[in-house]
Design a protein around this ligand. Structure first.
Ligand code: NDP
Length: 457
C-alpha cells in the first residue's frame, strides 16, 4: 500500500468513527447527520497532518450547538380557537461573532432541520468574511392560508419568548422559508415594544425601519453572481445559458431576475404543487407577476399558466427533467435526488448551484462530482443573503443607510471573494475546482482557529 493510500485509509477510519459518535449523540436527526457528514468528509483529509485540530477536539465541539432554546408558542386564530406551536432557536457557534441566521416557519420544522441549518450557517457566515457566528430558529407554524391578523398574533407570541435570548450583539435572526418582510415587521414591532429599544436585532427589516437596500434581492442575486464566477473560472459564461430554477419565493424569483439581467434564460419556477415551464424564458414582466402572486396575493405557481399563454404547469412534478445548461435548486432541502441528478446529467447540465440550503441529497452531489458537473454548495452559493444581512447590522450600528449601487457592488465583491476562497482551498491536482471541499475548508479554518485561541470553551 502506498503512503497516500495508507493516509486515506486512516482518514476514512477517523471519519467513520467520528460519524458513529455524531449519529449516536443525535439519534433521529437525519438532516443534521447529513450536514455534519458532508463537512467532515472534506475536513478530515485537510486536517490529517494538523494535529492541533484533533488534539483540541475541534470537530467534536463544532458539532454541538452552544445552546438550544425550545419553547411553546400559543396564539388565537380568527375563530377564537387557541392554537399551540413549537418555537426554537439554535445558537450554534459564536466563535467569530454574534449568532446569525434565519427563522423558518414551516410545518416540517424540527430540531434536526434547525441544527443542520445552524451548523451550515456557521461555515457560511465565516465564508462571507464578516464577523458573524451561526444560528437558526423557527417554528412548525404554517403561515400558508392564515390571515394577516393570525400571522401577526403568532409572530407576537413567538417574539414574546424569543426576545430574551437575542440582541444586536448576541444573536441577530433574519428571515427564511415562510418568514419574509411581513413576519419580520411584526416580530421587530413586538421586540421594540417589549424592550423599548430600537436596535438592529433582526435583519431583513423594511427600509422604513432600518432595513438595508439589496437585502431582499441578495440571496438570489448573489447565487447568480456565484454561478457566473464558476462558469467564467472554467472559461465559459452565462450568456445564453438555459437555467432551471425551483421554488418561487424570495430566492427563486430574484435568481430568475438576475439570470435574465446576466444574459441567461430562466426556464422554470415551482412550488410544492408542481413546476411551471416557459420554453422562451421568463420575461421580467412575468417574474414581477410571480413576485406579486407570492408576496401579495399569496397564490399558487399553477396560476402563472392560466395567466400567460407560453407557460405550462406540470402538477406534482419537480423541474429537473427540463433540458438545461445550469440548474439552481432554490426551494428547500433534499429536493434533488440521485434520479434527478442522473436526468440532469443525461440532459447535459454543465453546472449546478445550490441556492437553497442542502437541496441536493448526498447521492446527487456524488453523481454530479463523478460526472464532472461543476457543483456550487449552498454555504457558498447562497451566502450573499447573510452577507447583506451583515451589512444591515453594520448600517444599524452606525445609524446610516448605504445606497443601492454601493451595496450591489459590495455583494458582487463578496461573492467573488467567496468564489476565490473556494478556488484557493478546493483546486484539485487534476485541475478542476472541488467547490464543496473548498467552501467547507475555507469556512472551517477561520472558525476553528478562533476556537483554538479561546481554549476549551
Ligand atoms: P420562501 O418561503 O420565500 O420560498 C420557498 C419556496 O420553496 C416556495 O416556492 C415554496 O413553495 C417552496 N418550498 C418550500 N418547501 C417546499 C417543499 N417541501 N417542497 C417543494 N417546494 C417547497 O423561502 P426562501 O426563498 O427565502 O428560501 C428558499 C431556500 O433558500 C431555503 O432553503 C432557505 O433556507 C434558503 N435561503 C434563503 C435565504 C433568504 O435570504 N431568504 C438565505 C439563504 C438561504 P410552497 O409555497 O408551495 O411551500
Amino acid at each position: 500500500m502506498s503512503k497516500s493510500h495508507a493516509t486515506d485509509a486512516k482518514t476514512n477510519e477517523y471519519l467513520e468513527r467520528y460519524m458513529e459518535g455524531v449519529e449516536h449523540r443525535n439519534p433521529g436527526e437525519p438532516e443534521f447527520q447529513q450536514a455534519v457528514f458532508e463537512v467532515a468528509a472534506s475536513i478530515f483529509p485537510y486536517i490529517a497532518d494538523k494535529p492541533k485540530y484533533h488534539e483540541n477536539q475541534i470537530l467534536e465541539r463544532m458539532a454541538e450547538p452552544e445552546r438550544v432554546m425550545y419553547f411553546r408558542v400559543p396564539w388565537t386564530d380568527d375563530e377564537g380557537n387557541v392554537r399551540t406551536n413549537r418555537g426554537f432557536r439554535v445558537q450554534f457557534n459564536s466563535a467569530i461573532g454574534p449568532y446569525k441566521g434565519g427563522l423558518r416557519f414551516h410545518p416540517s420544522v424540527n430540531l434536526s432541520i434547525l441544527k443542520f441549518l445552524g451548523y451550515e450557517q456557521t461555515f457560511k457566515n465565516s465564508l462571507t468574511g464578516l464577523p458573524m457566528g451561526g444560528g437558526k430558529g423557527g417554528a412548525n407554524f404554517n403561515p400558508k392560508g392564515k390571515s394577516d391578523n393570525e400571522v401577526m398574533r403568532f409572530c407576537q407570541s413567538f417574539m414574546t419568548e424569543l426576545y430574551r435570548h437575542i440582541g444586536e450583539d448576541t444573536d441577530v435572526p433574519a428571515g427564511d422559508i415562510g418568514v419574509g418582510g411581513r413576519e419580520i415587521g411584526y416580530m421587530f414591532g413586538q421586540y421594540k415594544r417589549i424592550t423599548n429599544r430600537f436596535v438592529g436585532v433582526l435583519t431583513g427589516k423594511g427600509l422604513e425601519f432600518g432595513g438595508s437596500k439589496m437585502r431582499t434581492e441578495a440571496t438570489g442575486y448573489g447565487a447568480m453572481f456565484f454561478l457566473r464566477n464558476m462558469l467564467e473560472h472554467a472559461g465559459d459564461s452565462l450568456e445564453g445559458k438555459r437555467v432551471s430554477i425551483s421554488g418561487s419565493g424570495n430566492v427563486a424569483t430574484h435568481a430568475a431576475e438576475k439570470t435574465l439581467q446576466l444574459g441567461g434564460k430562466p426556464l422554470t419556477l415551482s412550488d410544492s404543487g408542481g413546476f411551471v415551464h416557459c420554453a422562451d424564458g421568463f420575461t421580467q414582466e412575468q417574474i414581477d407577476w410571480v413576485k406579486e402572486l407570492k408576496n401579495v396575493r399569496r397564490g399558487r405557481i399553477s396560476e402563472a399558466a392560466a395567466e400567460f399563454n407560453n407557460i405550462e404547469f406540470h402538477e406534482g412534478k419537480r423541474p429537473w427533467g427540463v433540458e438545461v445548461d445550469c440548474a439552481l435548486p432554490s426551494a428547500t432541502q433534499n429536493e434533488v435526488n440521485s434520479d434527478d441528478a442522473a436526468t440532469l446529467i443525461k440532459n447535459g447540465v454543465k453546472a449546478v448551484a445550490e441556492a437553497a440550503n442542502m437541496p441536493c441529497e448526498q447521492a446527487a452531489v456524488d453523481a454530479f462530482t463523478e460526472a464532472n458537473v461543476m457543483f456550487g454548495p449552498a454555504k457558498a452559493v447562497n451566502a450573499g443573503g447573510v452577507g447583506v444581512s451583515g451589512l444591515e447590522m453594520s448600517q444599524n450600528s452606525a445609524r446610516i443607510a448605504w445606497d443601492e449601487d454601493h451595496l450591489r457592488s459590495l455583494l458582487e465583491g463578496m461573492m467573488k471573494d467567496i468564489h476565490d476562497s473556494c478556488v484557493e482551498y478546493g483546486t484539485q491536482e487534476s485541475g478542476p475546482v472541488n467547490y464543496l471541499a473548498g467552501a467547507n475548508i475555507a469556512g472551517f479554518v477561520k472558525v476553528a482557529d478562533a476556537m483554538l485561541s479561546y481554549g476549551h470553551v
